[in-house]
Structures are given as structure tokens and as C-alpha cells.
Design a protein around this ligand. Structure first.
Ligand SMILES: Nc1ncnc2c1ncn2[C@@H]1O[C@H](COP(=O)(O)OP(=O)(O)OP(=O)(O)O)[C@@H](O)[C@H]1O
Length: 379
């Protein structure tokens, strides 16, 4: 067990009371220490997920608190934990309550944004690789897994989030005369440069002006309390991207690329930019990795193969996922209801949801070990 985990035992001084005797507590703790969290790559005890153990008769009640959103996996996690403690003498029943508490991860630069715990940037070295599609599905997937999420469309060259979320007609209003109310769509809050200015107007902005406007928009949106604010960054690695990266408290970046050489070369430039400004790259998403032939079901690689993997290996970052080129993905965003909102059970949505869990867990892995107490008590 890590030195940061302290165990507090209540009401178990009576040696005759074996409901939570030191032996029983120890057996339970040893069993739980063997339950591994694959995304945090440590045991659930070391990760601070087990917060409270309580005996009520022969029923062991556990309170689990996950630091990354994973609601769809609660049943299998609870089953694994229950199996680990089943069979310990004195325990007839196990009850688990599961919560999510996303920690605030410290960043090297930027002032905190009111109401926002963590900012994650979605970027690409070049345009058209599916950055916005990935950003919006990532945001929805984090929300699907239980987090409170917002998205900021900072892509001045093609603000597409309003269309993708089906809120193109949204007119931002200000209730207090100081901050803008965001749009709310499919359970996430959204603001876009596209709500403010015409497309042509924004694209001619020079670096500092564009970055200044985007930072202002981010700070002057009346975000509800958010675990994550996903920023759909402008494509490329120019002045705007550099200024944003230096001024916004970004916890980490997800770099989207397609597999072909020209795209991965640009993705590498993106990774180098984030390295330069000390923003951790949480991982690479390879989009349009392959196409499943609708006739024969065979896997084709229209844009080549392995570019994302090779880039991830070269820079020592994670390959978060390889998403197919799938006409349903485009149709869903064109209709204002991205895949994860429309059909969360679809294979492609499940891939986005897995990427969201990986991304959120990668942020947790950046944080310092928790100083936690496990409360152990009899009822
Ligand atoms: N996996 C996919 N399968 C099929 N179509 C996709 C996929 N990902 C994105 N697209 C489509 O590709 C086009 C470009 O996607 P998107 O706008 O997300 O790219 P982008 O990198 O954000 O572009 P830009 O930087 O120019 O804003 C869109 O029409 C989108 O619907």
C-alpha cells in the first residue's frame, strides 16, 4: 500500500468484536490491494478509490470514488471487487456505492477559469483530419461516463461545433451584463467563436488578436460547474495555438491525426509545440484509420497504416484510439447529433467512450499521489 494511504479505524477497539476485527480489516485490505485499476495502473487501494469500509452484521459496505469518469463500467468493477472479497470469513454480503470525484489537476500556466476544474485541448497539426468531430464526441463521451462537461469551439478557421451539436441558431445572451450564457446541447455546455462573429471576420484575425478574443470568450462564459472544458483548438501550430497554449491552463492535449505521412508530420509538429510549452500530450487519436468495406466487411486502409502508432512510439505518448472512416460518423455530426449522443451503444461510440476514459485517466496520472484516509467502521 502506498505511504499516502492512511487507515482510520472506528469503533473496533473491542477485541471480542470480530465484525471488523483487525484480522478481518486486514483480509479485506489485502484482497482489495490485488484489484488493479488498468487505466491508473495501480491497485484500487493505492489509487485512493476505496474511501470507506463498513460492516453491518455480515455485510461489508464499500464506498468507491473514481477520479475519472467510467460510469458504464461500474457493474463490472463492482463485480470484480465483490469477487475479490467474497470468501473471506465473516463476510456474507458485499454492497458497493460508487461515486465520481474528478480532481483538479495543477497546470504550469494560466489562471483558473471560474467553475472549470480541468481544461483539455484537442488539436491537430493540420485541418480536416477530424479534430472537431473527435472533440465533440470526446466531450459527449466524458459526459456519458458521468462527468460535467463543456466545449469551447476555438477553431476560428471553421467553427463547426454549433452545427455538430445542432445549435447553429443559438444567440448568446448575457444575464448579468458581464458573462455570456453558453448553449446547452445533449447534456454539455458549449460556446463557439461561431456564435460571436461571422466566419470571414474571424479568419482574418492575426495571432494575438485571435488568441486574445478566444481567451476572453473562455473566461467570460458563465460556465456551469464543469469537470472538463474541452477546447477545440484551431488547426496548426502557429501563433494563435502557441499563445493559447501559453495562456490557457491546459492540463493536457489530445492530438488528432490521420494515418498518412503528411498528417503525422504535422501531428509531430503539434506534439513538439506542446512539449515546448510544457503541456503534457495525453495521447494521439488516429482518425480515419481504416474503412470497413460495406460489401465484404474487410478492413481497408485508404490513408495508409500505422502512422499514429509510429508517432506515439516515437514521442513516448499513448495511442488513445484508432477510429474508422465511417459515413455514419459524418452523418451524425451533420445532423447535429454526434454518434455518442445518437447511439452510445454503437461500436464507434464505444470507441469514443473508451478514448474519453483513457484521456481522463491520463490526466489523473499526471496528478500527485493522493493523501487519503480510508475510514473503517462498524455500523
Ligand atoms: N471518422 C470519420 N469518419 C467519417 N467522416 C469523418 C470522420 N471524422 C471526421 N469526418 C468528417 O470529416 C470532415 C472534417 O472533419 P472535422 O470538421 O471534424 O475536421 P477538423 O480537423 O476539425 O477540420 P478543420 O480543422 O478544418 O475544422 C467532416 O465532414 C466530418 O464529418
Amino acid at each position: 500500500m502506498s505511504p499516502g494511504v492512511k487507515i482510520v479505524t472506528e469503533n473496533s477497539e473491542n477485541p471480542l468484536d470480530n465484525r471488523l476485527s483487525p484480522q478481518l480489516s486486514q483480509s479485506v485490505l489485502s484482497a482489495l490491494a490485488k484489484v488493479h485499476d488498468p487505466l491508473l495502473n495501480q491497485s484500487i487501494l493505492d489509487a485512493g478509490i476505496v474511501r470507506r469500509m463498513q460492516m453491518d452484521g455480515e455485510c461489508l459496505a464499500l464506498n468507491l470514488v473514481y477520479p475519472y469518469p467510467c460510469r458504464s463500467q461500474y457493474p463490472e468493477k463492482v463485480q470484480e471487487i465483490t469477487q475479490a472479497v467474497a470468501g473471506i470469513d465473516g463476510i456474507e454480503e458485499v454492497e458497493c456505492s460508487v461515486d465520481l470525484a474528478v480532481p483538479v489537476i495543477e497546470t504550469a500556466v494560466g489562471d483558473a477559469i471560474a467553475g472549470v476544474k480541468n481544461v483539455v485541448a484537442v488539436s491537430s497539426g493540420k485541418g480536416g483530419v477530424g479534430k472537431s468531430t473527435t472533440a465533440v464526441n470526446l466531450a459527449l463521451a466524458l459526459a456519458y461516463e458521468g462527468a460535467r462537461v463543456g466545449i469551447l469551439d476555438a477553431d476560428i478557421y471553421g467553427p463547426s461545433i454549433p452545427l455538430m451539436l445542432g445549435v447553429s441558431d443559438f444567440q448568446p445572451v448575457s444575464v448579468d451584463g458581464k458573462t455570456m450564457e453558453p448553449a446547452v446541447a445533449h447534456g454539455i455546455a458549449a460556446n463557439s467563436i461561431g456564435f460571436m462573429v461571422g466566419e470571414e471576420q474571424a479568419t482574418v484575425w492575426r495571432g494575438p488578436m485571435a488568441a486574445g478574443a478566444l481567451i476572453q470568450m473562455m473566461n467570460e462564459t458563465n460556465w456551469p460547474d464543469l469537470d472538463y472544458l474541452v477546447i477545440d483548438m484551431p488547426p496548426g501550430t502557429g501563433d494563435i495555438q502557441l499563445t493559447l497554449s501559453q495562456k490557457v491552463p491546459v492540463v493536457g492535449a489530445v492530438v488528432v491525426t490521420t494515418p498518412q505521412e503528411v498528417a503525422t508530420l504535422d501531428a509531430r509538429k503539434g506534439i513538439s509545440m506542446f512539449n515546448k510549452v510544457n503541456i503534457p500530450v495525453l495521447g494521439i487519436v488516429e482518425n480515419m484509420s481504416y474503412h470497413l468495406c460495406s460489401q465484404c466487411g474487410s478492413k481497408e486502409h485508404p490513408f495508409g497504416q500505422g502512422g499514429g502508432q509510429a508517432t506515439a512510439e516515437r514521442y513516448g505518448v499513448e495511442l488513445l484510439g484508432e477510429l474508422p472512416l465511417n459515413v455514419a460518423v459524418r452523418e451524425a455530426v451533420d445532423q447535429g447529433k454526434p454518434s455518442v449522443a445518437a447511439n452510445p451503444e454503437d461500436d464507434i461510440s464505444k470507441q469514443y467512450i473508451a478514448i474519453a476514459r483513457e484521456t481522463a485517466a491520463a490526466m489523473v496520472r499526471l496528478s500527485k499521489p493522493l493523501e487519503l484516509e480510508i475510514e473503517i467502521s462498524d455500523d
